[in-house]
Design a protein around this ligand. Structure first.
Ligand code: BES
Ligand code: MN
Ligand code: MN
Length: 446
């Protein structure tokens, strides 16, 4: 592969120059360009039936190579959309001008998920170029709405499961536990993302003239949030915890053996005074095996310079729940809507509206595809593979399990300090090449 490195890197840089930010409508044309870029890369890799799949929303990109009868079929998934780059002033080089510094490639999407999608594409391209064939059958399905919880891919998978028939999915969109430590992710949290709308008086009111009798929607939002999650991080939504499946003793024991220094994690990764969360649960349980409720933003009232004495007529909070197996997003949506109504103080009306949701997933580490991936990574990194879960969400994993009946092999090559979704996102370049090598080995030794 050494001879291909420059070409692989140049290709990834070209991919990263396209600002395919799925949440900003003004980038619609860029999102489409990124889809076309992936399509062209799959065609260049000499996959068959390469095409964009249009179905409203951002196109899916499909390509297949099915000429290994009797061999397993893998569904290779990634996403070409990225998060917005703001705050721009914090980037050391512009987010859509990929730049190499200290062995890392800096750009929005470098790790999540263009760099990692590139691993899958280049592994297959490399094998096809070298041998003119693949040791297994593959179908690529690359989407452009992952970062916005878009439903089009789930609709497509559910409508045409026979077009995606496979034995397992392979996804490079997660992190390694530590640099040099090959890692397979065996669990992801689900999500329910929504908005809490609160309305009070007919219009904004003078806070001196009316304060004391007029209800305040921002105060109401604070009260509702505190009723839903207490100071210890315990969630109080009736019925919410009923279906939680606790991790097995074996899994908890494996987590205890992970190389982890809580003080160092606090200082280097979090950078706050202390860690918070539910008492009685370890950091990994709180991150990977317990649900959470987070508020992402509150809009309302006066936030400009200086002072203005006003009681706002309305306010909105953006809130998400992270779910763990076997919680259901539909059920959790209903439960939080009901809990919001219950917690609503006098004088205001509070309403919950879910924006998007995705199911949690658990993957059996003893699955033979997972085991083969773990061995391939072990050979490339020269160290035993560790199994962890992640607190993040990749909603399609649950859809693949439910609609196609297949497990997902989550072999990620990101690092904990890749700053995904944040300024100065990067991908450690040795992991780009080792990732390609590991996927090539994985496909070759199945
Ligand atoms: N790749 C991430 C999820 C992830 C990150 C998994 C790190 C494991 C380790 C993915 O692109 C992502 O950001 N997902 C969103 C979900 C979505 C529905 C908005 C998330 O987790 O917030
Ligand atoms: Mn991702
Ligand atoms: Mn992401």
């Amino acid at each position: 592969m050494a001879d291909r490195r420059e070409q692989i890197l140049d290709g990834l840089k070209a991919f990263l120059r396209i600002p395919s930010i799925s949440t900003l409508s003004e980038h619609g044309a860029d999102v489409r360009r990124a889809a076309e870029f992936v399509r062209d890369a799959l065609a260049e890799a000499r996959l068959r039936h390469v095409d964009l799949i249009e179905g409203g929303g951002n196109p899916l990109v499909y390509g297949e190579w099915l000429e290994a009868p009797g061999r397993p079929t893998l569904l290779l998934y990634g996403h070409y959309d990225v998060q917005p780059p703001d705050p721009l002033e914090e980037w050391h080089s512009p987010p859509f001008e990929p730049t190499v510094r200290n062995d890392s490639l800096y750009a929005r999407g470098a790790s999540d998920d263009k760099g990692q999608t590139w691993i899958l594409i280049q592994a297959v391209a490399g094998l096809l170029a070298r041998d003119g064939r693949l040791p297994v059958n593959v179908r690529f399905l690359i989407e452009g709405e992952e970062e916005v919880g878009g439903k089009h891919i789930a609709a497509y998978v559910s409508t045409y499961p026979e077009r995606l028939r496979a034995d397992a999915a392979v996804i490079c969109d997660t992190e390694m536990f530590a640099p040099e430590l090959p890692t397979i992710c065996t669990g992801l949290r689900g999500i329910v993302y929504g908005e809490l709308f609160v309305t009070g008086a007919r219009q904004d009111l003078h806070s001196g003239v009316y304060g004391g009798v007029a209800p305040n929607p921002i105060q109401a939002i604070a009260e509702i949030l505190c009723a839903l999650k207490d100071r210890d991080g315990r969630i109080h939504i009736p019925g919410f915890h009923e279906k939680i499946r606790p991790p097995s003793a074996k899994e908890l024991e494996a987590w205890r053996r992970l190389p982890f220094d809580e003080a160092e994690y606090l200082e280097k990764e979090i950078g706050s005074r202390e860690l918070v969360g539910e008492p009685g649960y370890s950091v990994f349980e709180r991150l990977w095996a317990r649900p959470t409720l987070e508020v992402h933003g509150i809009r309302g009232g006066f936030t400009g310079e200086g002072a203005k004495t006003v009681i706002p007529a309305r306010a909105v909070a953006k809130v998400s729940l992270r779910l763990v197996a076997d919680q259901s997003p539909e059920e959790a949506s209903r439960q939080i809507a009901e809990a919001v109504r219950e917690a609503c103080p006098r004088g205001v009306v509070a309403e919950w509206r879910t924006i998007h949701s995705g199911a949690p997933s658990l993957i059996d580490p003893d699955n033979p595809f997972v085991q083969a991936a773990a061995r391939a990574m072990e050979e490339v990194f020269g160290r035993p593979t560790v199994y962890i879960r992640s607190g993040g969400s990749i909603p399609i994993v649950g859809v693949f399990a439910e609609r196609l009946g297949i497990p997902s092999v989550l072999m990620g090559f990101g690092l904990p300090d890749d700053q995904i979704h944040a300024p100065n996102e990067k991908f450690y370049l040795p992991n780009l090449y080792r990732g390609i090598e590991a996927v090539e080995r994985f496909l070759s030794t199945l």
